[in-house]
Design a binder for this molecule. Structure first.
Ligand code: ADE
Ligand code: ZN
Length: 325
């Protein structure tokens, strides 16, 4: 199995339906409406997906719930050969952006991750995520949580949520605060917004990676600019296909972006929502684009170089990608 690096995974979005149902039953919360008859998450489109996502997340109510989730998510990552994961962590869902509550949630997540790592499992690092459709005010509170807990574990700041809500510049203050605290920056763009949305996120928030970014393909000049600047795209093809952005894997632009010299990486986003795993992403890409192990090795090398972790961790990851212990 190829060792894999994943840079774009939402921790709540990685919760299997059975895990969420189990917590809902323990807490006597009725969220049956978000599942279909086969027990999978059921949503009609991206915006409905966000609603279902937030409903599922509502059963995660304590630091211990997030510790359990962290263990479950990393177990699944390990089963897919993942050696390093950057997960989006949201103070919105961990104590409503209260700094002291956030510290408790973070401590629980970090402790669970340290246990997994000590047992030879994947290394986890956190990217704090404001949620765009919750607005700039809440993003500032989130940025404060990020700035106060930045360090070896919390290494980045990156906005998710509805790309159609507001403008990147509305969030400049939050991104500046995160940058000044030493955090590395990414932002979802070019998923539901077009190339202009990518340009605005890149220019106004001064991010070094873009979450998705795939709709850059619609503007050849932007593709050239991203390639030249070495901006890394956290591409999640299965997510894009499942949410209906592209009709199938062959129509997905990741292959064209790669050929045009853009630094692309592959991640799962919210795997159980999209019936995917990182292994499945690689298998589908191999089928659709004829990609072989050498290409996947290049993608993982790009991901290691673009990871927000410290230099010693990066060097260790690169050694493992090269097949050294
Ligand atoms: N949050 C979780 N998944 C997301 C996605 N694909 N786009 C934006 N925000 C998200
Ligand atoms: Zn995402």
């Amino acid at each position: 199995m190829i060792p894999k690096i994943e840079l774009h995974l939402h921790i709540e979005g990685a919760a299997p339906p059975a895990f969420i149902r189990g917590l809902a039953a323990e807490k006597h919360i009725d969220i049956s409406g978000i599942f279909n008859e086969r027990g999978h998450y059921a949503y009609r489109d991206f915006w409905d997906f966000l609603r279902v996502y937030e409903a599922a997340t509502s059963v995660l109510q304590t630091p211990e719930d997030f510790a359990r989730l962290t263990r479950a998510v990393l177990e699944e990552s390990a089963a897919n050969g993942v050696i390093y994961t950057e997960a989006f962590l949201s103070p919105d869902f961990c104590g409503g952006r209260d700094l002291s509550a956030w510290r408790d949630y973070l401590a629980a997540i970090q402790e669970a991750a340290a246990e997994v790592e000590a047992q030879g499992g994947p290394i986890l690092r956190g990217i704090i995520t404001p949620i765009r459709h919750f607005g700039p005010e809440k993003a500032r509170e989130t940025a404060l949580c990020a700035a106060e807990t930045a360090g070896d574990f919390i290494v980045g700041f990156g906005m998710g949520g509805d790309e159609k809500a507001g403008e990147p510049k509305d969030f400049q203050y939050s991104f500046d605060m995160a940058r000044e605290a030493g955090l590395r920056l990414t932002c979802h763009a070019g998923e539901w917004g077009g190339p202009d949305s990518v340009r605005r996120a890149w220019r106004d928030l001064r991010v070094e990676r873009i979450g998705h970014g795939v709709r850059a393909i619609e503007d050849p000049a932007l593709v050239d600019d991203l390639a030249e600047a070495g901006v890394v795209l956290e591409v999640c093809p299965g997510s894009n296909v499942a949410l209906g952005l592209y009709k199938d894997w062959r129509a997905h632009p990741i292959g064209r972006l790669y050929e045009r010299g853009v630094k692309v990486t592959v991640s799962t986003d919210d795997p159980p929502f999209f019936h995917t795993t990182l292994t499945r992403e690689y298998d589908r890409l191999a089928e659709a684009l004829d990609w072989d192990d050498a290409v996947f090795h290049t993608l993982n090398r790009t991901a290691a170089e673009a990871a927000f972790c410290d230099g010693a961790t990066r060097a260790a990851l690169i050694k493992r990608l090269e097949g050294q212990p």
